[in-house]
Structures are given as structure tokens and as C-alpha cells.
Design a protein around this ligand. Structure first.
Ligand SMILES: Nc1ncnc2c1ncn2[C@@H]1O[C@H](COP(=O)(O)OP(=O)(O)OP(=O)(O)O)[C@@H](O)[C@H]1O
Length: 280
């Protein structure tokens, strides 16, 4: 089963249009949603959660149409948005008491094991938490009610590198058994590179690609060469380039490059920056 499927989803906000978005997240996989500020990542996530109305298209969450029979699927979703919302005076212990009545499958033992792992104080009130502590609490809650799909919108951006590394380990453990999947948006491309099976890149409301990360890095690379060498390349070989004045640096399709020319590894960040900018 697919954890998520979007078919030709569109949404317009006056001068911004999210256009014809289609992708599939297979169960057991992690997908990173990436794109510049205002690209449409949060809009896509809100459409998946049915918080806003789409203009057209279809969305299936854990096999269920998110407009028709979504209520049951909501129990199976763990959601963390870019701000954590809890009452200001609540403590970690009190959150446990509330969640016991909120989620049918709330697992108190799992919750307190994450609380310990994330070094969160049990009796301090939420208002006294730092932004990172608030996000960790929201992530602990999302992971403690047997959700099958986690959806996180910029949920790790306020965390320090050590905390992020710990969270990435938690996410890897969570998806180990093929029944749990994650969609997360982030600007921290190095985290997505370490964690994700799939990368979906949204640019100005268009989905430029949604591909397996390993396939992306097998297909594309960075070529550093002289202007003369660059001009001799086939047009379809080049996806984006910059001219430093001393030479050319280009994102290329490896299959289109003549044997003997050295093509370097392209990071996810290089791939999206070159694709977003095109040629200079
Ligand atoms: N409620 C709204 N009314 C009008 N326009 C909106 C609304 N919500 C979002 N938009 C517009 O939709 C576009 C996409 O916004 P969105 O929040 O999806 O971007 P994003 O990719 O999540 O960006 P960021 O990385 O900055 O969080 C922006 O141009 C934004 O102004």
C-alpha cells in the first residue's frame, strides 16, 4: 500500500498557483519535501491534511480519500507543524494524561522513553520550554500513538545539530518495519540527504521532480570544465550551470557526458540550486 498518493492536485491563491502535483510515497519510506521559501511545501501539506480546500485533484492518505473517509485515517497520522501548540501551563506529565484520552492507541511507555531520550523535563511548564524543547515534545507525542504516517512541516529547523542527529536516528528506527512512513519538509538539505529514500522538489508551485534519492545521485553530477569544453556538450546534457569567469560549473546528466570527462558527485543542495537557477 502507498502511504500517500497525490493525483494532479492544484490550489490557487491569487498570484500563487500550486500546479498539478502528483507523487506517491510508498509505505516504509521517507520522503523529503524541499523547495525555496514560498514554493508551496506547507500548502501541499495542508492539502494532504485537508486543512484547506484543493481546487482539483485527488489525495489518498493511507489508502483513504482524504475528503471522503479520512476520519479513521486521522488516528494513524502523526503531525508536527513548524510551531508546537500546547497550553502554556501544561507539563510533560500532564500532556501524557491528556493524550491518554485523545488517542485510542496512546502508548505511555513509548512517550516517556522519548521524553527521556530527548532530555525533556517532566514537570516544567510548556511556556518555560525553548523552541527546540517544544518541537521535541510535539515529535514525542506524534511518535507515541502508533501512527503509521508522520507528516512534519519544518519540524526540525529549531533543533541543534546534536538533537537533529538524534531525531534522524529516531525517524530511521520508526520506518524500519515497512509499515511506517514519513513525509517531512525541511530546508536542511544535509539532513534530508542523510535520511530520505525519496526527494520531492517543489519550485514556484511546480513539482520539478520526485525521485529516489539514490537514483537522483546516479543520474546527475557536477562537471567542472572550460568554456570551450562546455560549449561542445550536447544541450540536453546540461540542467543548470554557472560561469565563474575562470570556468564553468554545471549540473549534468551523466549519461550525456562523453567518456573521459570527470563528473563529480552532486549533493541534493547542488541539484536543487542548479535546477532552480537554470543557466546564468
Ligand atoms: N492563506 C493564504 N492566503 C493567500 N496566500 C497564501 C496563503 N497561504 C499561503 N499562501 C501563499 O502560497 C505560497 C506558498 O506558500 P507556502 O507556505 O506553501 O510556502 P513554503 O514552501 O512552505 O515556504 P516556506 O519555506 O517559506 O515555509 C506563498 O506565495 C504564500 O504567500
Amino acid at each position: 500500500m502507498n502511504a500517500l498518493e497525490l493525483r494532479n492536485v492544484s490550489k490557487s491563491y491569487g498570484d500563487f498557483v500550486l500546479k498539478d502535483i502528483s507523487f506517491v510515497l510508498p509505505s516504509g519510506c521517507i520522503m523529503g519535501l524541499i523547495g525555496e521559501n514560498g514554493a508551496g511545501k506547507s500548502t501541499t501539506i495542508k492539502l494532504i491534511l485537508d486543512c484547506i480546500r484543493r481546487d482539483s485533484g485527488e489525495i489518498f492518505v493511507l489508502g483513504k480519500d482524504n475528503r471522503k473517509d479520512f476520519t479513521a485515517a486521522k488516528e494513524d497520522l502523526g503531525v508536527v507543524l513548524d510551531e508546537a501548540y500546547f497550553p502554556e501551563s501544561i507539563t510533560v506529565r500532564q500532556v501524557n494524561a491528556v493524550m491518554r484520552y485523545t488517542y485510542r492507541l496512546w502508548n505511555e511507555q513509548t512517550y516517556f522513553s522519548y521524553i527521556g531520550r530527548f532530555s525533556l523535563p517532566k514537570d516544567k511548564s510548556f511556556r518555560e520550554f525553548s523552541r527546540g524543547m517544544k518541537m521535541k515534545l510535539a515529535i514525542a507525542v506524534a511518535l507515541s500513538h502508533e501512527a503509521k504516517l508522520l507528516i512534519l512541516d519544518e519540524a526540525t529547523s529549531g533543533l541543534d545539530p546534536i538533537a537533529r542527529d538524534e531525531i534522524l536516528d529516531v525517524f530511521r528506527e520508526y520506518t524500519r518495519d515497512e509499515q511506517h512512513s514519513i513525509l517531512l519538509s525541511s530546508h536542511i538539505t544535509s539532513d534530508l540527504e542523510k535520511l530520505c529514500d525519496y526527494i520531492a522538489f517543489i519550485h514556484k508551485g511546480n513539482l520539478l521532480f520526485c525521485q529516489e534519492k539514490d537514483r537522483l545521485q546516479e543520474s546527475y553530477g557536477v562537471l567542472r570544465c572550460s568554456k570551450g569544453e562546455f560549449e561542445a556538450l550536447r544541450k540536453q546534457a546540461v540542467l543548470g550551470y554557472r560561469d565563474s569567469g575562470y570556468g564553468i560549473e554545471a549540473l549534468v546528466d551523466r549519461r550525456e557526458i562523453p567518456a573521459g570527462m570527470k563528473v563529480d558527485y552532486a549533493s541534493i543542495e547542488e541539484i536543487i540550486v542548479f535546477l532552480a537557477k537554470g543557466g546564468n
